[in-house]
Write a protein that binds this ligand. Structure first.
Ligand SMILES: Cc1cc2nc3c(=O)[nH]c(=O)nc-3n(C[C@H](O)[C@H](O)[C@H](O)COP(=O)(O)O)c2cc1C
Length: 238
């Protein structure tokens, strides 16, 4: 199986340590490809809308985005990590997610995404890990992904793993190992179940694309939906 990891920080801190613990169950059975932000997606989206209106290959950062996009499409499991920065994902993670706006269901979602699984790992000192995970989950659910496992943790006493109490270390370790075992037992030859809410988003956008495609058959997103046969009876989860 293939795992693609998007690390929301380059720091080998607590987030990194928890991610390493999560991957332990998969080390001997998966090809793991890791990307570190901002190194592997170093620039901000400038809002030129070229990806949406022309094609993603025209993005000034296509070299970075194309590589990661390919890896995400080939992955059976995607792992996204971020420490909490002012209650949200790191700026690098936000910049990364902005680059994938063209993959949202209202634009050109990849059919592969509707069958994938994701794990999000976030942690913070006191409070904010949940809203950080929610940030990332929001984007991924609009990519069409239904099966999303979440780890959140709060360190409470210190920001350095070695300085945490044994009890706190055991609590976080136990929690991440439990999630890791849960995802290691999944049969990845079978596609993930697509939630009703994802289908609802799809049908709403389909209605929109149908009308846009009718009035402007050359509009890129509408053309894409037509090519996928989604304006007829084709569905990305089938
Ligand atoms: C810019 C910045 C903002 C932060 N904001 C929060 C926050 O809102 N809530 C919180 O509990 N911790 C916050 N922290 C602390 C980190 O989330 C915490 O130290 C975390 O363990 C860092 O993970 P890392 O070791 O993987 O870098 C912040 C740290 C930084 C550098």
């Amino acid at each position: 199986m293939n795992i693609t990891v998007i690390n929301g920080t380059e720091k080998h801190g607590v987030t990194y340590r928890l991610k390493e613990m999560f991957l332990t169950e998969f080390r001997d059975k998966a090809n793991i490809t890791e990307y570190y932000l901002p190194k592997d997606c170093p620039s901000f989206c400038t809002g030129c809308l070229s990806c949406t209106l022309k094609d993603e290959s025209t993005c000034k950062d296509a070299e970075y985005i194309g590589r990661i996009d390919k890896s995400l499409l080939e992955a059976d499991l995607i792992v996204m990590t971020s420490p909490s920065y002012v209650f949200h994902a790191t700026g690098a993670m936000k910049a990364f997610l902005d680059h994938f706006a063209y993959r949202w269901i209202p634009h050109r979602p990849a059919p592969e995404m509707f069958r994938k699984r994701v794990v999000i790992i976030t942690q913070c000192l006191g409070s904010g890990a949940k809203s950080t995970a929610k940030d990332i989950k929001h984007s991924l659910s609009w990519w069409g992904i239904s099966k999303i496992g979440i780890f959140t943790g709060a360190l409470m006493s210190d920001i350095v793993w070695e300085k945490l109490s044994r009890r706190k270390q055991a609590e976080l370790t136990g929690k991440i190992q439990k999630l890791s075992r849960k995802f290691a037992h999944i049969d990845y030859t079978k596609p993930a179940h697509t939630h009703l809410i994802t289908k609802f988003k799809f049908f709403f956008c389909r209605m929109m694309q149908k009308s846009i495609h009718k009035s402007d058959p050359e509009y890129l997103d509408g053309k894409y939906w037509a090519e996928q046969k989604w304006l007829d009876s084709g569905r990305p989860w089938k």
